[in-house]
Design a protein around this ligand. Structure first.
Ligand code: FAD
Ligand code: NAP
Length: 536
C-alpha cells in the first residue's frame, strides 16, 4: 500500500531525539529557525530511552553527565546518585524537554529513511515511511551507539524461552526469579546487567568471548551537602571540566607514568581503584594508552585485582584480558561484577575455548556441552559511530551516496561535515572525540559550533556550506595519525575501530587528540572564516 506523502518545509530538520537532537532543537529555536525533530522511537531520550536494562547507568558522574547550557536547569535538577541510573537520566531528559517546551516540535515513531540534496534549490528532502519534508539544513543527531549489532546466533529463533536485548529492553518490569538465565556479551552493558541477573535469577551462565577491563564504580548516594557545594560553583566546575581531556571533573594526573617508578605508579593505581574508581582510573597518567610500559603496568594491575576478587583462580584467569592492553577496548565500570563469580549460582563459559554451536529450544549448545536456560539476555553491542548514519540513504551533490563515499571507512571534516554533502551537519560524528569524552558536553560543543556557523552564514547571506575534499582528507589523516599512537589501533576487536562488525572497514573512528584540543581546533576553523569549508 502506498503511503500519502506531504511536502512540508522547515529551516532545519534534526534526526534523533536523544540529548543531541533535543539540544539542537533548542539552539535552532534560539536562532529563530523553524526546526523539526524526527525520532524513530516512541519516546525521547535516545540511549536512555532504549537501554532500560536493570543496572543501566552512566559511567561519567551525573553532575558532569548533564547539560551545562542552562544555569537554572543545572541548579534545579537533583541527582541522587554519583552515577545516575537509566530511569533517573530519562526523567532528567524529559524534564529538560518539558522545561524548554520541546515536545511540540518532535515527531516520534518516525524513522528517517532517505535524505537527498538538491543543489539548485540548496535544500535537503527528507523521506520517512509517511511523509517528505524539505529544509535548508539537516542535523544528524542519530547517535554513536544507537544501532544494535545484528548478530546472527545460530538457532536463536528456535529458543522457547524469552530473549531480551539490553539495547531494546521492555518497558515493563522483567522478572528473572526462578529462571535459569544465559547472558551473552560482557562489554559495558553485560557487565552492568550481570550483577542484577546474578542476584535475581536462580542461575546465571555468562557466555564470555573477550574479557574486559572493568573498574569498580564506587557508586553512592549523593549527600545534600556535597550537591550544595558542587552547585555553589557549578559553572566554574563546568569550565574546569571543559579543560580536561574527556570533559569531566576528573582528577587527571599530569606527570607521565613513564617518568615514575613502578612503586609510584602502583600506589597511584591502588589509590584510584580503592578511592575514586570508575573511568578516572584511566586518567592516572597522561600516557596510560600511549606508553607500552605504563599501559602494561595498568593492565597487569587490573588483572591482579581480578585474581584477588575472584576466588576460583581458573575462573579469574579466564576473566583477565590478555590479548590487548587497557583502553584498547572501551573500559567498563561496574558495581560488583567480578564478585558475582564467587556465587554458587553463577557460571562463566569461555567462548574462546568452547564456542557456541547453536541455540536450541531449551538452551545453548557449545562445542562441549548444553546449558539449559529459561531466558536469554543479549548484550552484543552496536554498529558504532557510522551505523545510524549509513542506515539512512543519504545522497549529496550529484546524487553521491554516503554509503559509497564511506565504503573504505568514514571520512569527515572535524567529525561534523562531509565533502559533497552541503548543509548536512553530524553531531559527534566519526573523527570527533565523541565517545572518548563526556558525551553530553561533546554534544553541546558540537551543536553550539553548528548553531554559530548557521548564524554567521545568515549574517553573510550564505545559503550553503560544504567541507572541501582536502580539508576532510587532511583531518582524517590527522585522526589516523593520533589514533595510531594509542592502544586503540592495536586492539583486536574494538568497536572504536569498527572491528566488532563483520566486513566493516577498520578505521580509528574517534579523534584521540583530547576534547579541549579538538574544541580549540573547531574554534580556530570558525575564527578563520570556516577554513576548510566552501561557503556560498
Ligand atoms: P542517542 O542517545 O543514541 O540518540 C539518537 C537517537 O536517534 C535515537 O533515539 C535513535 O532512535 C534516533 N535515530 C537514529 N537513526 C534514526 C533515523 N534514521 N530516524 C529517526 N531517528 C533515528 N556516554 C557518556 O558520555 N557517558 C556515559 O555514561 C554513557 N553511558 C552509556 C550507556 C549506554 C547503555 C549506552 C548505549 C551509551 C552510553 N553513552 C554514554 C553514550 C551515549 O550514547 C551518549 O552519552 C548520549 O546519550 C548520546 O546522545 P545522542 O543524542 O547523540 O544519541
Ligand atoms: P560492547 O562493548 O561492544 O560489548 C558487546 C559484547 O558482546 C562483547 O563482549 C562482545 O564480545 C560480545 N559479542 C558480540 N557478538 C558476539 C557473539 N557473536 N558471540 C559472543 N559474544 C559476542 O557493547 P555494550 O556492552 O553494549 O557497550 C557499548 C558501548 O556503550 C560501551 O563501550 C560504552 O561506550 C557504552 N555503554 C556505557 C555504559 C556505561 O557504563 N555507562 C553501559 C553500557 C554501554 P567481543 O568483545 O569478543 O566482541
Amino acid at each position: 500500500m502506498s503511503v500519502a506523502v506531504q511536502d512540508r518545509t522547515f529551516d532545519v530538520l534534526i534526526v534523533g531525539a536523544g540529548v543531541a537532537g533535543l539540544y539542537a532543537l533548542h539552539r535552532m529555536r534560539t536562532l529563530g529557525l523553524r526546526a523539526k525533530v524526527l525520532e524513530a522511537g516512541a519516546g525521547i531520550g535516545g540511549t536512555w530511552y532504549w537501554n532500560r536494562y536493570p543496572g543501566a547507568r552512566c559511567d561519567i558522574e551525573s553532575l558532569d553527565y548533564s547539560y551545562s547550557f542552562s544555569e537554572a536547569i543545572q541548579q534545579e535538577w537533583e541527582w541522587s546518585e554519583r552515577y545516575a541510573a537509566q530511569p533517573d537520566i530519562l526523567r532528567y531528559i524529559k524534564h529538560v524537554a518539558s522545561t524548554l517546551d520541546l515536545h511540540r516540535d518532535i515527531v516520534l515513531n518516525t524513522r528517517v529513511e532517505k535524505l537527498e540534496y538538491d543543489a539548485s534549490a540548496r535544500q535537503w528532502t527528507l523521506t520517512t515511511a509517511k511523509e517528505r519534508m524539505v529544509a535548508r539544513f539537516v542535523i544528524m543527531a542519530t547517535g554513536c551507539l544507537s544501532i544494535p549489532l545484528d548478530v546472527a546466533i545460530p538457532g536463536i529463533e528456535s529458543f522457547e524461552g524469552k530473549v531480551y536485548r539490553t539495547s531494546n529492553w521492555p518497558h515493563g518490569p522483567v522478572d528473572f526469579h526462578d529462571l535459569r538465565v544465559g547472558l551473552i556479551g560482557t562489554g559495558s552493558s553485560g557487565v552492568q546487567v550481570a550483577p542484577i541477573l546474578a542476584r535475581d535469577a536462580s542461575h546465571l551462565t555468562v557466555f564470555q568471548r573477550t574479557p574486559n577491563y572493568s573498574i569498580p564504580s564506587h557508586n553512592r548516594t549523593l549527600e545534600a551537602e556535597f550537591i550544595k557545594q558542587w552547585k555553589a560553583d557549578y559553572s566554574a566546575r563546568r569550565k574546569a571540566a571543559r579543560q580536561t581531556r574527556n570533559f569531566t571533573n576528573n582528577d587527571a594526573g599530569t606527570a607521565p607514568g613513564c617518568d615514575q617508578t613502578f612503586e609510584q605508579r602502583e600506589h597511584e593505581f591502588e589509590r584510584r581503584w580503592r578511592e575514586t574508581g570508575g573511568i578516572g582510573f584511566m586518567y592516572a597518567f597522561p600516557d596510560m594508552t600511549t606508553d607500552a610500559t605504563v599501559n602494561e603496568h595498568a593492565s597487569d594491575f587490573v588483572r591482579r585485582k581480578i585474581r584477588e576478587i575472584v576466588k576460583d583462580q581458573e575462573v579469574a584467569n579466564l576473566l583477565c584480558p590478555r590479548d590487548y592492553g587497557i583502553g584498547g577496548k572501551r573500559i567498563c565500570v561496574d558495581t560488583g561484577y567480578f564478585e558475582i563469580f564467587n556465587r554458587a549460582n553463577v557460571k562463566l563459559v569461555d567462548l574462546k575455548t568452547d564456542p557456541i554451536v547453536r541455540v536450541t529450544a531449551t538452551g545453548i549448545m557449545t562445542q562441549t556441552r548444553e546449558f539449559a536456560l529459561d531466558a536469554l539476555v543479549l548484550a552484543l553491542g552496536f554498529d558504532a559511530m557510522t551505523g545510524a548514519l549509513l542506515r539512512v540513504d543519504i545522497r549529496g551533490r550529484e546524487g553521491i551516496s554516503l554509503r559509497e563515499r564511506w565504503k573504505e571507512g568514514p571520512r569527515t571534516y572535524l567529525g561534523i561535515a562531509v565533502a559533497g554533502f552541503p548543509n548536512l551537519f553530524i553531531v559527534t560524528g566519526p573523527g570527533s572525540p565523541s565517545v572518548f569524552a563526556n558525551m553530553v558536553t561533546s554534544v553541546e560543543q558540537h551543536v553550539d559550533w553548528i548553531a554559530d556557523c548557521m548564524s554567521r552564514m545568515r549574517e553573510r547571506g550564505d545559503t550553503c556550506i560544504e567541507a572541501t575534499v582536502k580539508a576532510e582528507a587532511d583531518w582524517f589523516a590527522h585522526v589516523a595519525e593520533v589514533g595510531a599512537r594509542t592502544m586503540l589501533a592495536k586492539a583486536a576487536n574494538s568497536w572504536y575501530v569498527g572491528a566488532n562488525v563483520p566486513g566493516k572497514p577498520r578505521v580509528v573512528m574517534p579523534y584521540m587528540g583530547g576534547a579541549p584540543q579538538y574544541e580549540e581546533i573547531c574554534n580556530r576553523v570558525a575564527a578563520e572564516n570556516y577554513e576548510g569549508f566552501i561557503r556560498a
